[in-house]
Ligand binder design. Structure first.
Ligand SMILES: [Zn+2]
Length: 469
């Protein structure tokens, strides 16, 4: 049995067998580029797999050393990878700069950090393990652009022919001079390895004599500048003074280029990863570093608390109460995971969980309530009542007490909203009620939310909340 085969056999014990088979097939038969920075969302769609199970299986396979996790900071403009990191810990707090778009960005984990999986070299050696050996367009496709840019054979052909005037593979220390005919367009001379760009605004009367321009590539990225030239002949000298090769390319920044990079497909985001139960379980230690604070624009928090647990212990005795509380936790945790959420922590008889989308938290809340009814029905009592609150908003992902936790007013409000519930009713806030698909879920169950004003402890203003009866 090879190393890979034995690891796949181990993987089958913990992960979804269909997903394991699909991944094993890919490793055995896939083309090299298919094993580089795998887009799990795309992979699960192509193989008819459940997304959550495919994500969980890739995470387990990464833990076993079959794949390497990658956290890539993307440019929201062009979809280029501005920083490729092997751990979320390496994410910088300062701006990431895109030369091609001449723009700087704070890495936003909601939708600008991609999580991808690349086959480990021990399992299979692929060309992208040595990016320097990749032909120029493969470099662009596999290394420069993210797995969220939807390239097809035709679109790559368009990039090579319609969009590009010239491209060179320039070894370290070498230089070359290109003789170009500049069209009256906006031109970008882009180098994807050192992330350097020069914008040329081509305008005015055509030049008769050749114009001259020289660009040198060093190791440090230089800011993107714009110059003006006239249409017509240009001698463009390119010097590679960096420590590696350079792939300078002359692009026409017109419709064809914008169309090409505008073709996107969904990818696995860092936010979704943070709120994934398998990720929390498998990568406990390798998450954030102690001084990191990642800003998240939108996260949904669900808090639960078991009603009158002290009285419950009193009434049924420690042993029976312990079994009941355990059954309640078991049911809640299963529902959270099934609704694509993750448990951040349990505090006594309370649970704090996160969801990427409010509708999943609302579904989870309704299912939790039904699960408690079912547990009570089986026992012929009404001992178990879970009080639930849900809120959505911006927050910080941080490390607290060696656990990846969340910080901010959204979290405080979510906890306070939970405390408004005194029995089976669930409390949610305006942003949750107004979120996509939530109204449909409530309508389907013929639930009419009741609007109220609530004063929350520690929160200055009264806020509008909705009771889900
Ligand atoms: Zn860009």
């Amino acid at each position: 049995m090879t190393y890979a085969q034995s690891q796949f056999a181990t993987l089958k014990q913990t992960a979804d067998p269909d997903a394991v088979d699909a991944i094993a097939r890919l490793v055995e038969q896939g083309a090299d580029h298919e094993l580089n920075r795998i887009n799990v969302i795309d992979f699960s769609r192509q193989n008819g797999l459940d997304e959550e199970r495919a994500i969980a299986t890739f995470l387990h396979s990464a833990r076993l050393g079959l794949f390497d996790l990658g956290w890539n900071v993307l440019c929201p403009g062009c979809g280029g990878v501005l920083g490729a990191h092997s751990t979320l810990k390496a994410l910088k707090t300062e701006d990431y700069h895109c030369a091609l778009c001449a723009c700087g960005y704070k890495p936003n984990v909601d939708d600008q950090v991609e999580v991808s999986f690349t086959v480990n070299p021990r399992v299979r050696r692929i060309a992208a393990h040595d990016p320097d050996t990749l032909p120029v367009w493969d470099y662009y496709k596999q290394i420069y652009w993210s797995s969220g840019v939807d390239f097809t054979e035709e679109s790559v052909a368009t990039l090579a022919t319609e969009v590009t005037l010239e491209t060179r593979d320039l070894p370290r220390g070498e230089s070359t001079t290109l003789s170009l005919q500049l069209p009256k367009e906006f031109i970008i001379v882009f180098e994807p390895i050192t992330h350097a760009a020069l914008f040329i605004d081509v305008q005015g009367e055509p030049a008769i004599e050749p114009q001259d321009l020289s660009i040198a590539y060093g190791n440090e990225p230089s800011p993107t500048t714009t110059i003006s030239l006239r249409p017509g002949p240009l001698n463009l000298t390119l010097k590679n003074q960096s420590n590696g090769r350079a792939l300078p390319s002359v692009f026409i920044a017109a419709e064809a280029l914008h169309h090409l990079i505008g073709q996107r497909k969904p990818f696995l985001t860092a936010k979704r990863m943070l709120s994934n139960q398998t990720f929390r379980d498998v990568f406990k230690a390798d998450n954030l570093s102690i001084d990191q604070r990642l800003q998240i624009t939108s996260m949904t928090f669900l808090f639960t608390d078991l009603k009158g647990s002290t009285a419950l212990y009193e009434r049924v005795g420690d042993l029976a109460a312990f079994d009941l509380v355990r059954a309640h936790f078991h049911a809640l945790l299963e529902i959270i995971s099934a609704e694509k959420g993750a448990v951040v922590k349990t505090i006594g008889d309370a649970v704090m969980a996160t969801f990427v989308r409010p509708v999943h938290a609302v579904n989870a809340g309704l299912r939790m309530r039904a699960a408690m009814d079912e547990l009570n029905r089986k026992r012929g009592t009404d001992d178990l009542i879970v009080k639930i609150g849900i809120h959505e908003g911006p927050c910080l992902a941080v490390m607290l007490n060696e656990r990846q936790d969340y910080f901010g007013q959204t979290v405080n409000i979510a906890a306070r909203v939970q405390s408004l519930s005194t029995a089976r009713e669930i409390h949610i806030t305006g942003p949750v009620l107004d979120a996509p698909a939530v109204a449909d879920v409530l309508k389907q169950r013929e639930i009419r939310p009741i609007q109220k004003q609530a004063a929350l402890r520690g929160i200055a203003d009264k806020i509008v909340v909705y009771e889900i009866p």
